[in-house]
Design a protein. Structure first.
Length: 131
């Protein structure tokens, strides 16, 4: 009797863990469907829009320095956070570098995810020859 109770408790714990982790995406926050690219806006345009909001400036004050296809080393998409675990597989994605004033900002994307600002970026494994 004691073993079956323990087995049920273990199953419930595992189910709860799976449900919790299924809401995570590579250690990043979930992005609501309404914030995903609808196909009409480029990744760079989405990044510019986000940065303009962050800095409270006009999008016209931001220039796109670079937008390249890259291969990220893992599921962190080049933006690992301490204490997080990521899939250890190569991930195709994009690197977007923006300039506002004298500062540069990196936005990363991959796995169908819209670009996100990366404060402490890690270099991708490879970049396309378009850079």
């Amino acid at each position: 009797m004691h073993r079956s109770t323990l087995a049920i408790a273990l199953c419930l714990l595992c189910a709860s863990l799976v449900a919790t982790l299924s809401g995570c995406r590579n250690g990043q926050e979930n992005v609501a469907p309404e914030n995903r690219s609808s196909g009409d806006e480029s990744l760079a345009a989405l990044a510019v829009k986000d940065l303009a909001g962050r800095l409270n400036i006009s999008a016209k004050e931001i220039s796109v320095l670079r937008e390249v296809n890259v291969t990220w080393r893992d599921g962190s998409l080049g933006c690992p956070r301490e204490g997080m675990m990521y899939t250890q597989a190569l991930v195709e994605g994009s690197l977007i570098v923006l300039r506002a004033g004298n500062d540069q900002y990196q936005y990363h994307s991959g796995k169908g995810r819209p670009p996100f600002y990366c404060e402490n970026p890690v270099k991708p494994m490879s970049k396309s020859s378009a850079e």
